[in-house]
Ligand binder design. Structure first.
Ligand code: 0A1
Ligand code: ZN
Length: 872
């Protein structure tokens, strides 16, 4: 908890550490209430004479010994955050004994107990809750870890690296010793101990080494990790092929835990996962869960090189490992599944989360310049926009150029704590290009707007394309410079014919797609030999995380929906058309949905079976929250109504086609989570949305039948999600049935809670309140909180109910949670990020919640930082 005004940490104040720790031996004697940690470190001074200041929080200090001599309390000073020793020699050993209480640790940072399992989370600054140390990523040490515990309670004892010793001890106790030969920062340290089941497998690396693979889970869950194991092996192979990266230890382990603040953690050789992103079976996991598990398993594995072997110099470099690793996991998933569909999903998420962030009070650059609590910077900007920046680098230097740059990066910086600057320099050195302007992507916050205007001259047969970029001010950055922007585009002629893109002055005929580089505020590119008035397809594949403004008619959009060779832009044209017609309805410009769009959806249905996952995306109009981003003053009720009207109009126009498609796609054979089978289910469930559009009893009957006939979780959830819109005994019956069937599986009950919290029913807020009192709800477990209250705060219609009861519920929960788990509370407060975009009444209500948070005595610095930034 905060005792004084929190202090901001700034990138410009970075200084190399005064001391280095080259080796550390840790000895844990585990017990829930009093775990004893003995840390023996080999320390060397690196610079001028300076006191040794170690980080440490929530620790009971037992003893300190320097070069074997126990220090008296006059030899050092301890406060709530540090241990300082004024005089130390140039080289010395330091032995520190501390005591901690994992059972009382609800913050889930440092060492904590989750359902009887001891486990650690040290990123970003959790290691200081285990012992006093130089808790910063540029201090790299070799770790040896001895763990001692009761054998019956903790038969499994794990840490980083390779196991080197173990054995029995008197009194039913035992121990294990692990050694990790790779120097690492303390945020990558991990320990797990408990009674766990295990699945084992192995992988032969490209140089022929055998690596043992082990996934540890609660007993009984072993069959649910087979998919994760399979994903892991595919990820290991992929990283060898695409990046030349081979795994480096003899053993790679993953552990699933039930209480975890984020998704998963890349501790060297011992990844720790939130069980939500690891456990799957056809009965309990949806297709989205499977895809997510594959992505997160790959993400954490890829960190072994981008994060562990090459780590970050300081936390301002977070995107160096996160943006890059997200880009790597996105590329992996694209290769395993459909690249086009993956791109659509990634962009949808980017816009929803990152564009939102970039346009609001919490906007910050990919490389933030200051922070109060680094935990608050594990954001969509650092992760997802960071990944987009790397994708743009790849677009600029090409496939081969990218491989050359990453090869150099691994060769040059292996074993180092590197910077974003080091990374960009590798691209410059291998490509010979000057990327100084490109670096602005790391330091300027905000989403650029690119206006595209084309002028066709039929006499000259030229097409002049003017691109104009602008970037709105963001907090602390009133004035911006033009960025270096790769714009992928094509021109379409009649019936979708791709026209060659030859720029003025070029001799040979150009290709059918190319990447223009926009570097000025405004630039005109003139194409020659354009023999008909073209249709512009710009920003293909979403080549830049920007918003394009293009003036297009309904006809042009329909033509792009049907003919653009770029699947992303086909989808984009459909989304724009749907959004435009909904906005027109909201503003009263039109009385009904655009018939051109409704007709174009018919075309989508006719070709749906060519690529079913893609068609499912085409059939999903922008979500209510996506619509909100397009409005100056968000009106949640009007958005909800407009979306319903659009869906009903499409359903009325194409009812028979939907029914025929739905019937033809019924499940056959045994379940497989592969992309094609998932796409088929997604398309069928998209049809269900339209077939139940009336929300009447016939619709409820169809949804209930869909639910009852379901043989996998994806279809069950689709049926239930339909029923959540309805107040009907059929809905009650299905929800009761679902609960009884899965009462023992918390991850599935999370879905049950989440669907109710996301319901458009008017009584949703009361139902959420009631569910918070349900035996399955536990405010100490982040998954439960996110599933219920998190899902509710994402329910635009009901969270933003004009009476303010939704705001009060979420505000109250955040304040309670802040005392238990400040990190999760601060993240949840992001629900209020958009408060200034609503009408005065709602603004006042949300502001009140934020002010109440900021004024709460003893508020954590995590929540203080986000609440005050949001208030602005
Ligand atoms: N490095 C992890 C993210 C992570 C960060 C902090 C955590 O606990 C406070 C946990 C995980 C990743 O990118 O996967
Ligand atoms: Zn990561």
């Amino acid at each position: 908890m905060r005792t004084e005004e929190p202090r901001a940490i700034r990138l410009k104040d970075y200084r190399a550490p005064d001391y280095k720790v080259s080796k550390i031996s840790l000895d844990f004697v585990l017990s829930p209430e009093a775990t004893r940690v003995t840390a023996l470190m080999t320390v060397a001074r690196t610079g001028v004479l300076a006191p040794l200041v170690l980080d440490g929080e929530h620790l009971k200090l037992v003893s300190v010994a320097l070069d074997g001599r126990v220090l008296g309390t006059e030899d050092y000073a301890v406060d709530a955050e540090t241990l300082t020793i004024d005089k130390v020699p140039e080289h010395f050993t330091l032995e520190i004994v501390t005591e901690i209480a994992p059972a009382k640790n609800t913050s889930l940072e440092g060492l904590y107990l989750a359902k009887g399992i001891f486990c650690t989370q040290c990123e970003a600054e959790g290691f200081r809750r285990i012992t006093y140390f130089l808790d910063r990523p540029d201090v790299l040490a070799v770790y040896t870890t001895r763990i001692e515990a009761d054998k019956a309670l903790c038969p499994v004892l794990l840490s980083n690296g390779n196991p080197i010793a173990g054995g029995e001890l008197p009194g039913g106790r035992h121990f294990a010793v692990w050694h990790d030969p790779f120097p690492k920062p303390c945020y990558l340290f991990a320990l797990v101990a408990g009674d766990l089941g295990v699945i084992t497998d192995h992988f032969i690396t490209m140089s022929g080494r055998k690596v043992d693979l082990r996934i540890f889970v609660e007993h009984g869950n072993e069959p649910k990790v087979l998919y994760a194991m399979d994903s892991l092996k595919r990820a290991m192979k992929w990283d060898e092929e695409k990046y030349g990266r081979e795994y480096d230890l003899d053993i790679f382990m993953i552990v699933a835990v039930s209480a975890f603040n984020f998704g998963a953690m890349e501790n060297k050789g011992l990844n720790i996962f939130n069980d939500k992103v690891l456990l799957a079976s056809p009965e309990t996991a949806t297709d989205d869960d499977y895809a997510h598990i594959e992505a997160v398993v790959a993400h954490e594995y890829f960190h072994n090189w981008t994060g562990d072997r090459i780590t970050c110099r300081d936390w301002f470099q977070l995107s160096l490992k996160e943006g890059l690793t997200v880009f790597r996991d996105q590329s992996f998933s694209a290769d395993q599944r459909s690249a086009g569909v993956k791109r659509i999903e990634d962009v949808r998420l980017l816009r929803l989360r990152q564009f939102q962030e970039d346009g609001g009070p919490l906007a910050h650059p990919v490389q933030p310049q200051s922070y109060i609590t680094i935990d608050n910077f594990y954001t969509a900007t650092v992760y997802e926009k960071g990944a987009e920046v790397i994708r743009m680098l790849k677009t600029l230097v090409g496939e081969d150029g990218y491989r050359k740059a990453t090869d150099l990066y691994f060769e040059r910086h292996d074993g180092q704590a590197a910077t974003v600057e080091d990374w960009v320099r590798c691209f410059e050195d291998t490509s010979g290009r000057d990327l100084s302007q490109f670096r602005l992507w790391y330091v300027q916050a905000g989403t650029p707007v690119i206006e595209a205007r084309g002028a066709y001259d039929p006499g000259q047969k030229t097409y002049a394309l003017t691109l104009k970029q602008s970037l709105a001010p963001t907090p602390g950055q009133p004035v911006k410079k033009p960025m270096h922007i790769p714009v992928r585009l094509g021109l379409l002629g009649k019936a979708g014919r791709a026209l060659p893109l030859t720029l003025e002055g070029e001799n040979a005929q150009g290709p059918e797609e190319r990447v223009l580089e926009l570097t000025d505020a405004e630039q005109t590119f003139t194409f020659v030999g354009v023999d008909e008035a073209p249709l512009l397809s710009v920003g293909r594949g979403f080549s830049v995380p920007a918003t394009f403004k293009v003036t297009q008619s309904g006809w042009e959009r329909a033509a792009l929906m049907a003919h653009d060779p770029d699947s992303f832009n086909r989808w984009e044209a459909g989304q724009t058309a749907a959004r435009t017609t909904m906005l027109d309805a909201i503003s009263g410009k039109v009385s009904g949905p655009d018939p051109l769009y409704v007709e174009a959806v018919g075309e989508v249905l006719a070709r749906a079976k060519d690529d079913m996952a893609f068609a499912a995306n085409m059939l999903t109009p922008p979500l209510e929250s996506e619509m909100a981003m397009a409005m100056t003053v968000v009106d949640p009720d009007a958005i909800h109504a407009a979306r319903l009207t659009l869906i009903r109009a499409i359903a009325a126009a194409h009812g028979e086609k939907f029914a025929a498609l739905y019937d033809s796609l019924s499940a056959t054979g045994t379940f497989s989570p592969d992309a094609a089978s998932a796409g088929r289910r997604a398309l069928r469930n998209a049809c269900l949305r339209y077939l139940t559009a009336a929300d009447d009893d016939k619709a409820a009957a169809l949804a209930a039948a869909h639910y009852e006939a379901a043989t996998n979780m994806t279809d069950m959830i689709a049926g239930l999600a339909t029923l959540t819109r309805m107040v009907s005994p059929r809905a009650d019956a299905a929800f009761a049935h679902f609960y009884n069937r899965f009462a023992k599986d918390p991850l599935v009950i999370d879905k049950w809670m989440g669907l109710q919290a996301g319901s458009s029913r008017p009584d949703t807020v009361e139902r959420v309140r009631t569910l918070m009192g349900h035996a399955a709800f536990d405010i100490k477990n982040p998954n439960r909180v996110r599933a219920l209250v998190g899902a509710f705060s994402g329910n635009q219609l009901r969270f933003h109910a004009a009476d303010g009861r939704g705001y009060a519920l979420v505000g109250e929960t955040i304040r309670t949670l802040d005392k238990i788990n400040a990190m999760v509370a601060a993240r949840m407060a992001g629900a209020f990020e958009t408060w200034r975009r609503f009408d005065d009444g709602r603004q006042a209500l949300m502001r009140h919640e934020l002010e109440t948070m900021a004024k709460t005595p003893g508020i954590s610095s995590n929540l203080f930082e986000v609440a005050t930034k949001m208030l602005g």
